[in-house]
Design a protein around this ligand. Structure first.
Ligand SMILES: Cc1cc2nc3c(=O)[nH]c(=O)nc-3n(C[C@H](O)[C@H](O)[C@H](O)COP(=O)(O)O)c2cc1C
Length: 448
């Protein structure tokens, strides 16, 4: 059987998730406003019709009040997707859902319970994108003056994960009795306090939620630094990454495989999904015209504002026509480095010209056949397992175009499912039997 591709719909609960100005659309074609539950339900049901693996929500919890961010609606405003997901789960049967939550801002007990509850509500279809967060504007909404230093955020996240894993394992499998004859609800000897005391957190436990279908959410991570990658191979089952060439993709996959081995994990147990922004239409020229129209409406200052926000660095004082050189940013450092790696003389103007708005070569733009060719080529040459697809125009229509014009091509080529497999999100991504693993699988010492 040909290698199977994994696909997600990748959004934020906001008007224009990753493509700046993608909220602009002919008014008469807008069926639901972006904040309405019907808008998201339509997208979720379309993704399920297309047999996508999941609906993945990135998230953010504050910004630096930059005027352009507000003026153009650049990843602003952002509402809480954890409130949306139960509605979407009720309107779908198989589609998975992944939520982004920060180990820097949320208390571990609250997060562990929320995820366990969502796993119940979705019947084993929930995933968590573990982030350590990037911006001081977010930190200031959670009682901090600024973000804790980069590596310390990951140290804290390690401790956070230890607590969550202990909480999700705090009930033995046979603890819940519901013994009607003897009136015994649960066995007190089989539900355990964790009494955790670490450098950053103190948590007693046990978890107040019963073990959920997956026990713990399917775990994603999306950090690109050295420390972030080590964290990923320690904790994650799937990594979400950005790359600007197949060479970068391959280097990333090789690096993750080497780190996984060193951590005693089988590299095949860690999936890698790439951010992608295809535009599919009936003809290549139609797709290209649409791409040009989309790009033309993005003001340069808006791209620079999004970059300032992602890099957590005010770029407005810099000469945008000079090579970026050795500029070091506190935020998404790995993303800036990826641009520099593909062109050491790259300028801010050049980065802004394509920032999160699809690659210049335009290969992901065309008919379903052309885009499918390119997706297959990327995975064959670069490695990895699939794509996180972010919409560049009105999301219900964007995903309908993919579902009608791209998915049937992938299915016909035997690289994408025609029907959903039964089981939890983890079983779909990691294989049958992986359903309720309480920790990522590790090789025994003798196998390393
Ligand atoms: C592809 C990608 C997607 C990310 N998505 C989010 C997100 O939705 N919300 C968030 O707060 N941080 C997000 N992050 C930030 C990371 O989780 C991490 O906190 C940040 O990249 C700093 O770590 P690093 O230096 O290891 O990259 C993302 C990072 C990458 C590379």
């Amino acid at each position: 059987m040909a290698k199977q591709m994994y696909l997600t719909g990748f959004m934020i609960y906001c008007p224009a998730p990753h493509m700046i100005m993608s909220w602009v659309y002919p008014r008469e074609k807008i069926r639901h406003e972006w904040h309405e539950v019907e808008y998201w339900t339509e997208i979720a049901q379309t993704l399920e019709r297309g047999k996508f693996d999941m609906f993945f929500f990135a998230d953010g919890w504050g910004f630096s009040s930059n005027r352009e961010i507000i003026r153009y609606g650049i990843q602003f405003p952002i509402q809480d997707p954890s409130v949306l997901v139960p509605y979407l789960a009720a309107g779908t049967k198989y589609l998975g859902f992944a939520l982004t939550m920060s180990t820097t801002f949320f208390p571990p007990y609250m997060l562990a319970r929320k995820m366990a509850t969502l796993d119940h509500v979705t019947k084993g279809r929930i995933g968590w994108n573990i982030v350590t967060s990037i911006a001081n504007g977010e930190a200031r909404n959670f009682g901090m003056d600024e973000m804790p230093p980069h590596d310390e955020r990951y140290d804290r996240a390690d401790e956070f994960m230890d607590i969550c894993n202990q909480l999700w394992s705090s009930w033995d499998d046979d603890a819940l009795l519901m013994d009607m004859e003897n009136g015994i609800f649960a066995d007190p000897d089989k539900i355990h306090r964790i009494d955790f005391e670490g450098k950053y957190f103190k948590v007693q436990g046990p978890l107040m939620a019963t073990p959920s279908p997956q026990r713990r959410p399917y775990l994603f991570q999306a950090g690109q630094s050295d420390r972030g990658r080590d964290f990923a191979v320690e904790h994650a089952e799937c990594i979400f990454a950005l790359a600007t060439s197949t060479r970068q993709m391959r280097a990333f996959c090789d690096d993750i495989a080497a780190r996984a081995e060193a951590h005693g994990r089988d590299p095949d147990d860690i999936k890698i999904l790439w951010a992608a922004q295809p535009i599919v239409a009936d003809t290549e020229s139609e797709a290209r015209a649409r791409q040009q129209e989309i790009r033309a409406r993005i003001p340069l200052e808006a791209s620079l504002a999004l970059m300032s926000s992602h890099f957590d660095y005010d770029l407005s004082g810099l000469d945008i026509d000079k090579p970026v050189g050795d500029l070091v940013v506190p935020g998404l450092r790995g993303t800036l480095d990826a641009y520099k790696a593909s062109n050491p003389l790259v300028t801010l103007r050049e980065i802004a010209g394509s920032y999160l708005s699809g690659s210049e070569d335009g290969l992901m733009i065309g008919t379903g056949e052309q885009v499918a060719d390119h997706m297959q080529h990327l995975l064959e040459e670069g490695g990895g397992h699939g794509f996180q697809i972010t919409p560049s125009y009105y999301a219900p229509d964007f995903f309908a175009d993919l579902t009608d014009k791209l998915i049937p091509v992938l299915q016909k080529r035997g690289v994408f499912r025609k029907e959903y497999e039964e089981g939890t999100l983890r079983e779909r991504l990691s294989g049958p039997g992986a359903g309720s693993a309480s920790r990522p699988k590790r090789k025994r010492a003798a196998e390393r």
